[in-house]
Design a protein around this ligand. Structure first.
Ligand code: M6R
Length: 608
């Protein structure tokens, strides 16, 4: 997804912009560029490919100046190319714009501007913006941007600079993230906080249709009516180092190893033995909980898979029916929602367009919405009624790992919180689960020490084109996540099946040597799972199974087995997903894939 950085201050803008853009690389991009005001002249440098290409270009032809905007582009309208890269400028090359999002009415605007004599160079929707600003410019940049924005439909975070007012930068957002950094005599805009953390920890979060006007004198926040807005500064406490690799070869491996801490942090102050669960940003009352007759959990990708676990757990502990839905389906299927419906949206980034749209659908129908997100100040956190933050820290690798396990923890916390309020489970049973949860960090540490079986298995099987993941109950939910992880980073085709469903079709695909990963952590379903494993074994499959310590009879049936430390079996997903993450990682390494930035994928999907 596109990344934006902007700078006004007393430093040279180019290195600040490049540094900021490098911290946004995790969002995925295909080209990069900067526009800087150099002695009242607009200088643009941009090109297709990695940021290093842009750096090389800037080394050959440096741009000097203290006001500028930068961009990493993830193509939507028009292929990745030098021409389609941002920034985009007006024909006179006096106004330049970076944009994240999609201008839905750009064809109409393009035709209208063309009829007024404007010429377009790129295939992008973005290029209408500098021409619109040019059309409306009458001596005041913010006024022109406001008029231009009032003509635009769709989503945008934009940054604009002009030679007419060389010390100024104007930015605005709607449905795309943008933060404003406040330093000492220098100011920033960015799509995400890591881009500016090297310079400042003080930020403003912009709401939809809020503008910022910055000069070296300071920043002014404004509404789309032109009124000045006052806001509190948010002081970021997490460390810039948290966003670096910290000695690991890849961010993904680092983030897999950060899971014990992420789990502990997410439980901190919420789960304690002998005490009720307290959730600071959740204001839902006992009466409101008693009134809920249906829960929708809505999310995308990995977050959706955490929701599948949530469905099992919430239904088991609270007896409230739960529907789990993919956000892009939910928003268009006219779901049955009323005041007694609770919606839980899960989103690591808090900016996923489909999830946000589903949240808005639910709110329109008066449902209460709880957001589970990892990003403070993100759109879902601001628009939901209640928020439960996962404290995973910034997740840089595109493939989600630590965010997923903290989303699982959030699901358990919510299920226990409701069960505690509805008295659907005894206090003793709640204490037992809490106790087991508190020991999860050590158990995940233990799982992380057991890598050899996985490395060996990966080195023997990475050339396979297809794999299957099987499980029943909660194991099936984790199988879905294991399969997604493998696809994403190793490009091996894989399918996850509820093991009992196998004989209804997919077993036709099993032949000599087919790789099957089987999860068998659920005690009640263990024997049934063993029977399903036998079904694939007799057809020649090569099976790697995961089971709890003590269930070693499984070894008679499978080719390799890996044992997990015992825990309460509803918590098994937190442990069993870890070897699946590692397996995908080792497969990806063996194949020489770009682990942290898999092809065609973006970290944060802020367009539909
Ligand atoms: O930021 P979100 O949690 O809303 O993102 C949802 C999905 O795009 C995300 O989980 C995606 O599936 C990841 N690449 C999975 O590793």
């Amino acid at each position: 997804m596109c990344g934006i950085v902007g700078y006004v201050g007393n430093k040279q803008a180019a290195p600040v912009l490049i540094n900021g853009l490098s911290k946004l690389e995790y969002r995925g991009y295909d080209s990069a560029g900067v526009a800087i005001i150099e002695e009242d002249i607009l200088k643009v440098s941009k090109c297709k490919g990695r940021l290093a290409n842009l750096e090389a270009k800037l080394e050959k032809a440096p741009i000097k100046g203290v006001v500028g905007i930068g961009h990493t582009r993830w193509a939507t309208h028009g292929e990745p190319s030098d021409l389609n890269s941002h920034p985009h400028s007006n024909t006179k090359e006096t106004i330049s714009v970076v944009h994240n999002g999609i201008i839905e009415n750009y064809i109409h605007l393009r035709e209208w501007l063309t009829s007024k004599g404007y010429k377009f160079e790129s295939e992008t929707d973005t290029e209408v913006i500098p021409h619109l600003v040019d059309y409306y410019y009458d001596g005041n940049l913010e006024a022109a941007v406001m008029k231009a924005v009032s003509k635009m439909e769709g989503s945008y975070a934009i940054g604009v600079v002009t030679t007419y007012e060389p010390g100024k930068l104007v930015a605005v957002r709607k449905d795309s993230p943008l933060v404003v950094g406040v330093g000492k005599g220098e100011y920033f805009i960015a799509s995400d906080i890591p881009a500016i953390l090297n310079y400042t920890r003080d930020v403003y979060f912009l709401n939809d249709k809020e503008f910022v006007v910055m000069t070296s004198e300071g920043v002014k926040l404004m509404s789309d009516e032109g009124d000045e807005i006052k806001k509190d500064i948010f002081h970021v406490t997490w460390d810039a180092d948290a966003a670096e690799k910290g000695g690991y070869e890849h961010f993904m491996l680092k983030e897999i190893h950060e899971q014990p801490k992420a789990i502990r942090d997410t439980m901190t102050s919420r789960i304690a033995l002998g005490k009720d669960i307290t959730l600071d940003k959740i204001t839902i009352t006992k009466e409101q909980i008693a009134n809920i007759d249906k829960i929708y959990i809505v999310a995308c990708g990995t977050a959706y898979h955490a929701g599948v676990v949530g469905k099992y757990v919430i239904e088991k502990l609270t007896r409230i029916p739960v529907e789990i839905d993919i956000a892009s389906e939910f928003r268009y299927r006219n779901p049955i929602i009323d005041k007694r419906t609770l919606m839980i949206v899960i989103s690591q980034s808090g900016e996923t367009a489909d999830t946000l749209a589903a949240l808005r659908e639910a709110k329109k129908s008066s449902a209460r919405v709880i957001a589970i997100t990892n990003v403070v100040g993100s759109s879902v956190s601001r628009e939901a009624d209640d928020v439960l933050y996962t404290w995973a820290g910034p997740e840089i690798a595109v493939a989600s790992t630590k965010a997923y396990v903290t989303q699982l923890i959030a699901m358990y916390i919510i299920a226990l919180f409701f069960a505690q309020n509805k008295k659907t489970v005894s206090d003793e049973a709640i204490e037992e689960i809490k106790e087991a949860m508190l020991s999860l960090p050590e158990k995940v540490e233990e799982v992380l020490t057991n890598k050899e079986v996985l490395q060996r298995f990966a080195s023997k099987t990475y050339m396979h084109k297809d794999m299957f993941f099987l499980g029943r109950g909660l194991d099936y939910a984790v199988a879905m996540e294991g399969s997604l992880k493998l696809k994403e980073i190793s490009y091996i085709h894989s399918e996850a099946y509820a093991a009992g469903e196998l004989k209804h079709g997919p077993i036709a695909l099993i032949e000599k040597g087919t790789i099957v990963i089987a999860l068998a952590t659920q005690e009640e379903l263990f024997e049934k799972m063993v029977s399903n494993i036998k079904e694939v074994k007799t057809r020649g499959a090569n099976v790697l199974a995961f089971a709890f310590e003590g269930n070693d009879t499984i070894e008679k049936t499978v080719d390799s087995a890996l044992y997990l430390p015992r825990t309460n079996e509803i918590l098994a997903p937190v442990l069993s997903v870890v070897p699946l993450q590692l397996l995908s990682y080792y497969m990806s390494i063996q194949k020489g894939c770009d682990v942290d930035k898999p092809r065609n994928l973006a970290k944060s999907v802020t367009v539909e």
